[in-house]
Ligand binder design. Structure first.
Ligand code: C2E
Ligand code: MG
Ligand code: MG
Ligand code: MG
Length: 292
């Protein structure tokens, strides 16, 4: 009897795993196909100062327009792309597309923001990662100063020394560096001291029930205070309510991102929302003066 159960269990898992493998294989084939056909798009979510008055940046978030299945969110395909190595090509596309979008932002008068790009641990661990980033920037004539790279604890923890060297080289090349999803990984706050980063992004899971969860309040406050004492800026992700924003303001968090202050949107909509009226008044006045 026990033996039968065991065999059934084995068969069950095998079937499940087979189906999963098959599904991943299909995603991978479709991903590769979509890369050649430009079926991806970057959405941009605004990043603000904590008073919600000044736009300081935009996080680029990839969207896949699958020809049959419609829009597929990154959580459904990034892991598959990482397992196969296709994430490297996808990552190259993301940076190239961000460069094209940055030019349109600048043309619309949105000059003084940084575009934040998510970097997979797989990309980050490549020896030629920095070179590859710089090559793409050069091809598009965009400066590294326009870009903030978001890395996760998973990218840095299995070889801390090597990761620190890479972070330092990236920063020396002009990139800003942010630790994304902070608090969900294995690194302790004490590691932050060694990382040449400029910003910590508190993971959304601590923010989402900030009003009702005293533990998350304590954790959030601790991350803000520790980061500040190390000279780092702090951004809170996933802010959805006024109460959450007010708590973060009270704790002197520096920046905010979330549905409450702005959802991710297509680049064209981002431009429509944040374009800056060109100051023609000076030119007009100059014209008037000379015509008198
Ligand atoms: P992330 O980098 O932590 O990005 C923030 C995620 O939180 C985004 O999900 C965003 O839409 C979502 N979000 C923002 N504000 C709120 C909020 O107030 N409430 C809720 N419920 N969600 C909010 P998205 O776009 O689905 O991306 C999920 C993850 O996929 C990202 O998490 C990032 O890890 C990864 N990802 C996205 N784009 C890229 C990319 O171009 N390359 C790589 N390697 N990963 C990416
Ligand atoms: Mg991110
Ligand atoms: Mg994040
Ligand atoms: Mg997150």
């Amino acid at each position: 009897q026990a033996k039968d159960d065991g065999r059934n269990t084995t068969r069950f898992f095998t079937r499940e795993m087979k189906a999963k493998l098959q599904q991943n294989k299909e995603i991978l084939t479709d991903l590769a196909e979509s890369l050649t056909q430009d079926h991806f798009e970057l959405y941009y979510q605004p990043l603000f100062t904590i008073d919600h008055k000044t736009l300081v940046g935009a996080e680029a978030l990839i969207r896949w327009h699958h020809p049959d299945k419609g829009m597929i969110p990154p959580d459904k395909f990034i892991a598959v792309a990482e397992q196969s190595g296709l994430i490297n090509e996808l990552g190259d596309w993301v940076l190239a597309q961000a460069c094209r979008d940055i030019k349109n932002f600048v043309n619309a008068g949105i000059l003084d923001i940084k575009v934040a790009i998510n970097i997979s641990p797989v990309q980050f661990k490549r020896k030629d990662f920095l070179q590859q980033m710089l090559l793409i920037l050069a091809q598009h004539d965009v400066s590294a100063n326009c870009i903030e790279l978001e890395i996760t604890e998973g990218a840095v923890m299995d070889n801390v020394d090597q990761a620190i060297d890479m972070m330092q080289a990236l920063h020396d090349a002009g990139f800003q560096l942010a630790m994304d999803d902070f608090g969900t990984g294995y690194s302790s706050l004490s590691y932050l001291k060694r990382f040449p980063i400029q910003k910590v992004k508190i993971d959304r899971s601590f923010i989402s029930d900030l009003e009702n969860d005293d533990d998350n309040k304590s954790i959030t406050t601790a991350i803000i205070q520790m980061s500040h004492s190390l000279g780092l800026d702090v951004l809170a992700e996933g802010v959805e309510t006024k109460a959450q924003l007010q708590y973060l303001q009270g704790e002197k968090c520096d920046f905010v991102q979330g549905y409450y202050t702005g959802r991710p949107m297509p680049a064209s909509q981002f431009i429509e929302t944040f374009k800056r009226a060109k100051d023609t008044s000076l030119a007009e006045r100059a014209g008037m003066v000379s015509s008198i």
